[in-house]
Design a protein around this ligand. Structure first.
Ligand SMILES: N[C@@H]1[C@@H](O)[C@H](O)[C@@H](COP(=O)(O)O)O[C@@H]1O
Length: 261
C-alpha cells in the first residue's frame, strides 16, 4: 500500500487526475470505478477541467459506481446515480449509458445485485477504483462487520454513517435511507488499482486503522492491505493519526516520477 500525504485536497486531485489521464492514454476504453461523497469532488473538478482543455477524454471509457441508496425516488438529488451525473458524468465527455450503478429501486434487489456483478465482469473488471472512507472505516457502504469476501448486496447503514450523511439531507438523519446496495469488499478488491482519498481530521482514526491496523471486518477498509496496488492519498489532517507518517512522506518524496501512482 502506498501512502501519499499532500497539503490539500486540490494537490491530491492533481495526482489522482494524473493517474486517470495516464490510464486513459494507455487504454482509452478503460473501466473506471466512481465513488460518491465529498472526498472525490476535487478529483471530479480536476477531471472536468482537463476534459474541457482537451487533455483527457472519456468518450470510450465506461464507469461503475460503488453503491446506491435503496428507495430514493428516481429524481431525488441525493440518489447516487444523480450525484454522479451532476458531479462527474455531465461535466466530461463520457456517454451517459456508459455509467452504471446498482439499481436501488429494483423490485428484486438480490437479482439487481447479481446483475450488477455480472455487468462489471462483462466489462472486463474495473481498472481504477476511486474510494473514500467513512469515519467508521467503511468503503463503499461496507459497514463494520462486512464479510471480507462480500459481493454486491443489500446492507443496513450504521447510525454513524446515517448521521455523517445527514448533511446531504438538510441535516435530518430521518431522511437518510436505512438501506443501500453496495459493491462488496471482494468486488472492490477485484479492481486492478484502488485509489482512496481521505481529507480532514474526522478520518484520522479510520485512516490509521486502514494503513496500520489489523486486517479485520471491524474496520472494513483494512482489507485493502491485501491489494497488490492500493494508493491512499491523504491531507495532513487525515494523516495525523499515522505512526509512520514521516516514512511515508520520505518514500513518496524519493519516488521516481516515471512510476506514477
Ligand atoms: N457511500 C459513501 C462512501 O463511498 C464514501 O466514501 C463515504 C465517505 O464520504 P465523504 O467522502 O463525504 O466523507 O461515505 C459514503 O457513505
Amino acid at each position: 500500500m502506498e501512502v501519499v500525504i499532500q497539503p490539500s485536497a486540490e494537490a491530491i486531485a492533481v495526482l489522482v487526475a494524473d493517474a486517470i489521464e495516464r490510464l486513459l492514454a494507455a487504454k482509452p476504453d478503460a473501466v473506471l470505478g466512481l465513488a460518491t461523497g465529498s472526498s472525490p469532488l476535487a478529483v471530479y473538478d480536476e477531471l472536468a477541467r482537463r476534459c474541457a482543455a482537451g487533455r483527457v477524454s472519456f468518450a470510450r471509457a465506461r464507469a461503475f459506481m460503488l453503491d446506491e441508496y435503496v428507495g430514493l425516488p428516481a429524481d431525488h438529488p441525493e440518489r447516487y446515480r444523480n450525484v454522479i451525473d451532476r458531479e462527474f458524468a455531465s461535466r466530461v465527455d463520457i456517454p451517459p449509458d456508459a455509467v452504471q450503478g446498482p439499481d436501488g429501486n429494483a423490485e428484486d434487489l438480490p437479482a439487481a445485485c447479481a446483475a450488477y456483478e455480472a455487468a462489471i465482469a462483462d466489462a472486463g473488471g474495473v481498472d481504477l477504483q476511486l474510494l473514500g472512507i467513512g469515519t467508521d472505516g467503511h468503503i463503499a457502504f461496507n459497514e463494520p462487520g462486512s464479510s471480507l469476501a462480500s459481493r454486491t448486496r443489500l446492507k443496513t447503514l450504521t447510525a454513524q454513517t446515517r448521521a455523517d450523511n445527514a448533511r446531504f439531507f438538510g441535516g435530518d438523519v430521518g431522511l437518510v435511507p436505512r438501506h443501500c446496495l453496495t459493491q462488496g469488499l471482494a468486488t472492490i478488491m477485484s479492481a486492478r488499482h484502488l485509489v482512496l482519498v481521505a481529507t480532514g481530521r474526522a478520518k484520522a482514526e479510520a485512516v490509521h486503522q486502514l494503513v496500520e491496523g489489523t486486517v479485520s471486518a471491524r474496520w472494513p477498509a483494512t482489507i485493502m492491505q491485501h491489494h497488490p496496488h492500493a494508493t491512499v492519498l491523504l491531507d495532513d489532517a487525515a494523516a495525523s493519526g499515522l505512526q509512520l507518517a514521516e516514512y511515508y512522506r520520505d518514500a513518496f518524496a524519493g519516488k521516481p516520477a516515471w512510476q506514477g501512482l
